[in-house]
Design a protein. Structure first.
Length: 364
């Protein structure tokens, strides 16, 4: 069993399952460099062999990070799993001094920046290029990133982990105790077709497109369930077909709201929230990635016309929604759930990670 050490800002709740299962497949320590009190507010405890350890660190407002490298250089660690982030100065130091400390280094992160995606998918960042060249292996989030960088480094161990969520298996298997009609009556929802949005309201979500869509659709036929809070959240009180539940922390309520909905609708910055929606059998509706509409890496899970729809503009959005049949929605929703069950389980994510650990540690 290989011994590894991770460096992370925190361990958010959606990563608990990954680290818990990985801890059963390897000996591991986890260091976090954000303040432990703040981290606990947004994290769950790790079960199994994994334990939080605080890493002394200094981070500038621009994200430049300095941390204590000596805590990671214990003799019994076979590999260090560090973040693929060129603003982490100490990570550069560890990469350049591998000939001294002789530790294997696996980098974990996005191979294409979300904010510079359109540019970097054509011309990869030279700083990431150098980091990857110095590393022994890489965990990417998605296939596209892995395929892009494997062309530059064909012999380097790399894998797409396929980013997913803790508890996704339970989401896939979830069946409500009462019918959709009874759920709609319970929550006072009258419309035939119900969209659901479940994410924090931030500037990149393209809330303007959400509001335009609500305004353009027949309020008697189309309803919108809103779950989430945030600084960019608009006032929905003037819409009689919008049901604003705010931030929902009750899992049972959240499951029922997803169960009564037909479609997950998030115009921009789609991320892990779509994995949750797909697991519940909801097709994903969003807008095409562009300089105005940024999308996170999970956007690649959406296969247009198969498990969701990707719109070119608001007219395209409204036209396609109006043409949808019940069979279209069910087919895409079933495909979404099946995609998660087939490709996005925690077990698969850990299997992918372990493959690179084994290859890296076998290399002399």
């Amino acid at each position: 069993m290989k011994s590894i050490v991770h460096l992370q800002p925190i361990i958010p709740h959606y990563r608990e399952g990954f680290f818990s299962l990985l801890g059963k497949r390897s000996k591991q320590d986890i260091y976090i460099y954000e303040d432990v009190k703040d981290a606990k507010k947004s994290s769950f405890n790790i079960v199994g062999d994994a334990k939080y350890k605080q890493m002394p660190a200094i981070m500038s407002k621009g994200g430049v990070l300095l941390y204590n490298p000596f805590k990671l250089l214990k003799t019994d660690y076979d590999a260090l799993v560090l973040m693929l982030n060129f603003t982490h100065v100490t990570t550069w130091l560890l990469l350049f001094t591998k000939f001294l400390h002789r530790k294997k280094i696996i980098l974990w992160g996005q191979g294409i920046s979300v904010r510079r995606y359109l540019k970097e998918e054509k011309r990869p960042d030279w700083k990431l290029n150098l980091m990857i060249a110095l590393a022994d292996g890489v965990w990417f989030y998605m296939d596209k990133e892995k395929e892009q960088w494997q062309k530059f480094f064909p012999k380097k161990p790399m894998v797409a982990l396929h980013n997913t969520l803790t508890g996704v298996d339970d989401m896939v298997k979830y069946i409500p105790k009462i019918s959709v009609e009874e759920l709609k009556e319970k929550y006072g929802i009258k419309q035939k077709v119900v969209f659901i949005f479940c994410a924090r309201f931030t500037a990149n979500r393209r809330v303007d497109l959400l509001l335009e869509t609500i305004n353009h659709l027949d309020s008697n036929k189309y309803g919108f369930v809103i779950i989430g809070a945030g600084d960019s959240k608009p006032d929905f009180s003037n819409f009689d077909n919008v049901y604003d539940f705010g931030a929902v922390y009750d899992t049972a309520v959240k499951q029922e709201l997803f169960a009564l909905a037909d479609i997950y609708f998030q115009p921009g910055w789609v991320g892990l929230s779509i994995v949750e929606a797909m697991a519940y059998g909801k097709p994903i509706f969003t807008f095409e990635r562009s300089s105005e509409t940024l999308q996170c890496v999970e956007y690649s899970y959406i296969h247009n016309g198969e498990n969701g729809l990707i719109f070119k503009n608001i007219d395209d959005c409204i036209d396609k929604i109006k043409l949808l049949s019940d069979n279209d929605i069910k087919r895409m929703g079933d495909n979404a759930r099946n995609y998660v069950a087939k490709h996005l389980t925690i077990e698969q994510m850990v299997d992918n990670a372990v493959r690179v650990i084994d290859k890296v540690c076998e290399t002399k």
